[in-house]
Design a protein around this ligand. Structure first.
Ligand SMILES: NC(=O)c1ccc[n+]([C@@H]2O[C@H](COP(=O)([O-])OP(=O)(O)OC[C@H]3O[C@@H](n4cnc5c(N)ncnc54)[C@H](O)[C@@H]3O)[C@@H](O)[C@H]2O)c1
Length: 257
């Protein structure tokens, strides 16, 4: 729950890529903790349904059509969220895409897309909201990395971006700490979402086949659920976590390295 020292009025949490998957689960989790939620996503139709599902559960939420890789769109989205819900004092950089291929087939367009959504997106969003956090002397930034940051065949673009996210996170922690702002990263393993369903399809497997294969290689013998990741994100957002910054928490059902 929100602690007495957490700003409690005129503030909101922005979750990017919140129309589905891990982002939507995180939006629900933070809404249950009392945060009004600004859901940012490219998918306008899904955004409406996602925001409605949070309101139906008793939370406050509004969707904003934002492309996190576009500077203008990010600036407009941050201003609109501030005007509608209050200062964005929590930012979860979750929006993501995959374009897997082995190096010899990997294209520059795919490389640019992955860098733009994950890295440029996290940079633009963090830069856009830091002024609200600095003014309040309170803020929480949580970035989505991945076990792929440690290297994963077929994911040169994605693993580079997710490793970059870890460097960005540590630098944000160093620069913003004196303003009461923490920055941390969550690095999930295999989580059941549309993203991993598409991975199964690409590998010519049913989702159940891929899930069984991955579960067998995971210490706790199951794949992850979006709620598992949302829980870790909520830990970093909590008032009591103010002394935890610049960390990467692997949420992968076992040691990830
Ligand atoms: N699912 C996993 O196993 C897994 C593992 C490790 C890390 N992650 C990371 O977690 C995050 C969420 O993954 P997910 O599985 O929920 O994915 P998902 O594909 O289910 O959802 C991603 C959301 O991001 C949105 N999005 C994509 N590009 C965008 C852009 N430019 N601007 C705004 N929104 C955009 C999509 O519309 C979608 O709603 C991603 O950063 C992903 O890389 C996922």
């Amino acid at each position: 729950m929100i602690d007495s020292t957490t700003p409690t009025s005129g503030r909101c949490a922005i979750v990017t890529g919140a129309a589905r998957g891990i982002g939507l689960a995180t939006a629900h989790k933070l809404a249950r903790r009392g945060w009004p939620i600004a859901l940012f996503d490219l998918d306008e139709g899904a955004l409406d349904a996602a925001a409605a599902s949070i309101r139906a559960a008793g939370g406050t939420a509004q969707g904003f059509a934002v492309d996190v890789s576009d500077e203008e769109s990010v600036a407009q989205g941050a201003a609109a969220a501030n005007a509608a819900l209050g200062a964005p004092l929590v930012l979860v950089n979750n929006a993501g895409v995959l374009r897997d291929d082995f190096l010899f087939k990997a294209t520059l367009d795919d490389w640019d897309l992955i860098m733009n959504v994950h890295l440029r997106g996290a940079f633009l969003m963090s830069r856009a909201v830091q002024s609200f956090m600095v003014a309040e002397r309170w803020g929480r930034i949580v970035n989505l990395s991945s076990t792929s940051a440690l290297g994963n065949a077929g994911q040169s673009n994605y693993s580079a971006a997710k490793a970059g996210i870890q460097g960005l996170t540590k630098t944000l922690a160093l620069e913003l700490g004196k303003f009461g702002i923490t920055a941390n990263a969550v690095a999930p393993g295999f989580i059941a979402t549309d993203m991993t369903r598409a991975t199964a399809e690409r590998q010519g497997l049913t989702f159940e086949e891929l899930a069984e294969r991955v579960s067998g290689m995971t210490a706790v013998r199951r794949m992850g659920d979006p709620a598992d990741v949302a829980h870790a994100i909520a830990f970093f957002v909590a008032e009591e976590s103010s002394f935890v910054s610049g960390q990467v928490l692997y949420v992968a059902g076992g040691p990830s390295a």
